[in-house]
Design a protein around this ligand. Sequence first.
Ligand SMILES: Nc1ncnc2c1ncn2[C@@H]1O[C@H](COP(=O)(O)OP(=O)(O)OP(=O)(O)O)[C@@H](O)[C@H]1O
Ligand SMILES: [Mg+2]
Length: 215
Amino acid sequence: MEEYAICSDNISFSYADKPVIKNLSLRVRPGGHIGILGGSGCGKSTLLKILAGLYAPDQGSLLLAGRRSPEEIRTQTALVMQRSSLFPLSIRDNITCGHAFPEEKIWAACENAGLAHWIRQLPTGLDTPVGERGNQVSGGQAQRIQIARALCKDAPVILLDEPVSALDQDTGLFVLDALRRLTEGRTVVHVTHHRETLDDSYRVYRMEKGGLIDA
Ligand SMILES: Nc1ncnc2c1ncn2[C@@H]1O[C@H](COP(=O)(O)OP(=O)(O)OP(=O)(O)O)[C@@H](O)[C@H]1O
Ligand SMILES: [Mg+2]
């Protein structure tokens, strides 16, 4: 097994001429849990998109689950963001992203994400559309659909971008429960404004001036 699931050395990234990530280094062992706090606009989501293989760093090196190219890194990571990241398709398509997963696998993911009971009650079940930006499902359901997507993908590295910040407290607790089933045994980077959503398994950093410091 690789020594590190995430190994980034001095990575930097700019939008046009606006530097956001500056000489950032991060090492996370397989199964390690990292929390990242930090003010709005400091670059947390940008860092997650780099770790997800959506953007390539301008400088520095990133090795994730032994992969270097963004295309390969994308196969090793699952990103859970806010509801607006749902596609205007069915619940099923949002979970499978077009992969032909066996029906049992999809339902097992729905059970673990806490979605199965609700989906069984829908007249069109898994084929129910979620609407533009997920506006036909609740915030908690939208988050659980993304968790089911990540469970089906079965990627070793899970990237969470404020997955419960838009939810009321009770709904947030249910979603955190589903997240625990997703993150157990996997490498996790969890960006949040609420430190209390990170349990003792997390090593917590603060993002400042484009880098990470212990929080
Ligand atoms: N696609 C983009 N093009 C240009 N600038 C961008 C883009 N996305 C983000 N930025 C800028 O980069 C900086 C970092 O944005 P980012 O979304 O990573 O911050 P964040 O820490 O996630 O903030 P928040 O806590 O509000 O989600 C901000 O100044 C933002 O305006
Ligand atoms: Mg953000």
